[in-house]
Design a protein around this ligand. Structure first.
Ligand code: SOE
Length: 390
């Protein structure tokens, strides 16, 4: 068993989710690597210490550069607002650290390219925490695609809806609300929510080649917590786009933070010649599957038993579930991070980089940038072609 000494930068929602994964991964997965919570870094020393005490970090730092310089840190985990990802990731890679980065990888493609080149030049293991791939029901959808059960794909439909920014007096900037500040976030729902949808879509259905998009900012001014001033809101509150996939299928995507009642409504449906599947994160144990049924001779038919099947993805045979509880007992949001970390560590141990790594997340960033460009120009935007492992 080899220790992997973690230097965590950030202490918010994702700092907790990742710290929890480091603590639990060895209890549920057989690994040769053991993450050790070595240091927690946050600008405010008192907050850093409180977080470190609560989660069991051995030490604290208030400057990420000092953290990266330490010889007793093997891997740096970036859980800070998006505008800080690039500088930290590049410095960490140059210092020879493994780099794990919260999504989206960066503010834009130019940054993502620089970060990808830095980790590849340094030859350090790297990954981006697109955790939803590790929901058993979504991983099962991938298995169905790979098994040929969906067949030639025609349509992909992704939605990611929330409602937490409807009130006009929600400020921008500062803890968690930096997501409303374009200077810290880069974009609104496109980078924060659609990046998840795009990652899942391209994992299941291959590369997106072109898009046409429309965005809206419903609340145009909000008080900024850093300045106390009412400032323009520069992020997209909502975004809808049409997409074409390389395999010839058509896609629609919709995301907003103004869908009253929708808290974390992340759904997709894929329709192919031989079947369809549908997933909804607000009901995450289930994958809905429609199979164009087969006769014994292999012919496909519809008959009186044909219909959608709700698969409760808790059998030992379902992805990840042989690591958790007995059939019928569910896992939840936190476990997607533990599953993601396990895949990453197993990949490094086997010498086969687990996906999504930085290069894979760069392709997602290319789609995000194309979406925002199309919304600006009101024209279709091409996504640069690139071959990546997914
Ligand atoms: C935004 O509200 C958010 O926290 C995203 O930043 C996460 O990536 C998503 O998983 C849940 O919603």
């Amino acid at each position: 068993m080899k220790d992997l000494r973690i230097g965590m930068i950030g202490y918010g929602f994702m700092g907790k989710a990742h710290s929890n994964a480091y603590q639990k991964v060895n209890r549920f997965f057989d690994l040769q690597t053991r993450p050790v919570l070595q240091a927690l870094c946050a600008r405010d020393q008192q907050i850093a210490q409180q977080f470190a005490n609560n989660w069991g970090y051995a030490s604290v730092e208030s400057d990420w550069r000092a953290l990266i310089e330490r010889d007793d840190i093997d891997a740096v985990d970036i859980c800070v607002p998006n505008h800080l990802h690039r500088e930290i990731a590049v410095a960490a890679a140059e210092a020879g650290k493994w780099v794990l980065c919260e999504k989206p990888l960066s503010m834009n493609v130019a940054e993502a390219v620089e970060m990808t080149e830095a980790v590849e030049k340094a030859g350090v293991p790297n990954m981006v925490w697109f955790n939803y791939r590790r929901v058993p029901a979504i991983a099962l959808a991938k298995q169905l695609v790979d098994e040929g059960r969906i067949g030639k794909p025609f349509h992909y439909r992704g939605t990611y809806l929330q409602d937490w920014t409807i009130a006009e007096d929600v400020p921008q900037g500062g803890a968690t609300l930096w997501r409303l500040d374009a200077a810290a976030a880069g974009s609104g729902v496109t980078g924060d929510l659609l990046a998840h949808s795009i990652d899942t879509a391209m994992w299941l259905n291959g590369p997106i080649t072109r898009v046409v998009a429309d965005t809206e900012t419903f609340v145009r001014e909000r008080m900024h917590q850093d300045t106390g001033q009412v400032q323009p809101v520069e992020i997209d509150d909502a975004c809808m786009f049409l997409a074409r996939f390389q395999n010839g299928s058509m896609g629609t995507f919709e995301s907003t933070r103004y869908a009253r009642g929708r808290k974390n409504f992340n759904t997709f449906e894929l329709n192919g010649h031989d079947g369809s599947c549908h997933f909804d994160l607000e009901d995450p144990q289930y994958l809905d599957f429609y199979e164009h049924t087969r006769k014994a001779d292999g012919q496909k038919v519809e008959d009186h038993l044909t219909g959608w099947r709700r698969i409760h993805t808790t059998n030992f045979e379902h992805p990840y579930m042989d690591r958790w509880w007995v059939p019928g007992c569910t896992i939840g949001y936190e476990h997607t991070f533990i599953n993601a970390l396990a895949d990453f560590l197993i990949g490094v141990e086997k010498g086969e980089a687990a996906q999504p790594d930085f290069r894979c997340a760069l392709q997602t960033q290319m789609v995000c940038d194309a979406v925002l460009e199309s919304a600006r120009t009101c024209e279709w935007a091409n996504v640069p072609g690139m071959t990546v492992k997914r």
